[in-house]
Design a binder for this molecule. Structure first.
Ligand code: SF4
Length: 394
């Protein structure tokens, strides 16, 4: 398989988006954020280009201004265009002030690489392609790979220390120039909106783990492709997804009321009735809890353990919960030569494991998850009731 880091990342974000993009090859117009990001990247490349001198700040700004004005972006008002332009100029001004190009030894920009990884179980070789925004050589022995980010959210240091993209870049550079010491490569994400760079590093032994992770993801893609298993995974990222109008998780919202088929019109009635009943059920559940409290208070006050209504009886019973001394239990079972019971007790517990996994730090969590496989699949419907303004306020 030939793939890229961005394809693997797309699969992680949303399998359905991966299918639209990588398998069905459906093209969508670039979002304004994506166009903005591409043009900022291009201007940063221009900033470090010597021809024969480095460009001045004014030339860098003019470069961005020209390309932004020439860009074609659908559904963008003049006001939005001006705001993005001002933001881009501001980013470049602040970047230039902190990163005067003559102070850096830039080795390569928009540097393409391709990594091959062989699956030992099948002998198949897979290729992962990528582009490193910038490679610097700050000293005789050290290198730095820099990836520019135009997103607002900055990853945490912990996240960066296990970030797959940077791990792949690290491996890509090591394969290209094997004489470099793994620990002599700094890996940085530069968040241009904040003019902030965060840096991490990798050890040579990390390479094996990265290869295993990539192979596990490729095997997952192959299995999903065989079963056509690419479910949508709605998240905050959907607002930036060009496939939203055709995505099964959102398509319904895009269907015009006037053009809906008879079945679609019927479903509106079914949905209304469903939510009416669901709301009623919730209201009843709340009232039941209140009534139970009143009944219990009355029984406590009168010293009663049972009360009788026309339609039934309510009894008050005491329930006990215990904690067990497992050491003692084991000792007793051992005395009676019944450690088989103890072993049965220690059977793996999926429910407990799931709770523990959710609290594990990265990359331990991902490695544990790689040991998981689907035993059974079933569909469930979940309903979320929209809150009214009053309910939100209360
Ligand atoms: S809209 Fe959201 S759920 Fe649908 S494909 Fe895009 S990212 Fe996935």
């Amino acid at each position: 398989m030939r793939t890229s880091y961005s394809a693997l990342e797309t699969l992680r974000q949303c399998p359905q988006k991966y299918k639209f993009q990588e398998i069905d090859k459906i093209k969508t117009p670039k979002s304004k954020e994506a166009v903005f990001g591409t043009l900022i990247h291009a201007s940063l490349k221009f900033l470090f280009s010597r021809d024969p001198l480095y460009p001045s700040l004014d030339e860098v700004i003019a470069n961005f201004r020209d390309s932004w004005r020439a860009s074609e972006i659908a559904n963008m008002t003049e006001e939005e265009r001006s705001l993005y332009l001002a933001q881009g100029e501001n980013i470049l001004k602040r970047f230039y002030a902190k990163n005067q190009p003559w102070n850096f030894n830039v080795v390569d920009m928009e540097s393409r690489f391709e990594l091959s990884v062989t699956d030992p179980t099948t002998g198949t070789t897979h290729n992962i392609a990528g582009i490193m925004d910038r490679i610097d050589k700050p000293t005789d022995d050290t290198f730095e790979i820099i990836d520019y980010k135009t997103s607002r959210t900055m990853k945490s240091q912990e996240h960066l220390d296990s970030d797959l993209q940077l791990s792949l870049y690290h491996l890509g550079l090591l394969r290209r120039w094997p004489h470099i010491q793994a620990s002599n490569i700094a890996l940085s994400l530069y968040y241009v909106k904040h003019n902030e760079k965060i840096t991490t590093a990798r050890k040579s032994e990390d390479a094996k783990r990265v290869e295993e992770h990539v192979l596990a993801t490729i095997r997952d893609i192959e299995a999903r492709t065989t079963q056509n298993d690419f479910p949508p995974q709605p998240s905050a990222l959907c607002d930036w997804c060009g496939y939203k109008a055709m995505c099964p998780a959102w398509k319904f919202m895009f269907m015009e009321h006037g053009t809906r088929t008879m079945e679609q019109k019927n479903i509106m009635g079914i949905l209304t009735e469903y939510f009416d009943i669901k709301k009623e059920t919730q209201k009843h559940a709340k009232r039941l809890a209140e009534l139970q409290m009143d009944i219990k208070a009355y029984m406590d006050q009168e010293g009663l353990t049972r009360v009788f209504g026309d339609a039934g009886v309510i009894s008050k019973t005491i329930q006990e919960r215990y904690v067990y001394d497992y050491e003692k239990i084991r000792a007793v079972l051992e005395t009676h030569n019944r450690l088989d019971i103890w072993n049965a007790l220690l059977q793996p517990d999926d429910k407990k494991l799931k709770t523990i996994i959710s609290s594990l730090p990265s990359p331990l969590k991902e490695q544990v998850l790689e040991a998981r496989s689907i035993a059974k699949k079933f569909e469930v419907l979940t309903a979320t009731i929209k809150k009214t303004f009053e309910e939100h306020a209360s």
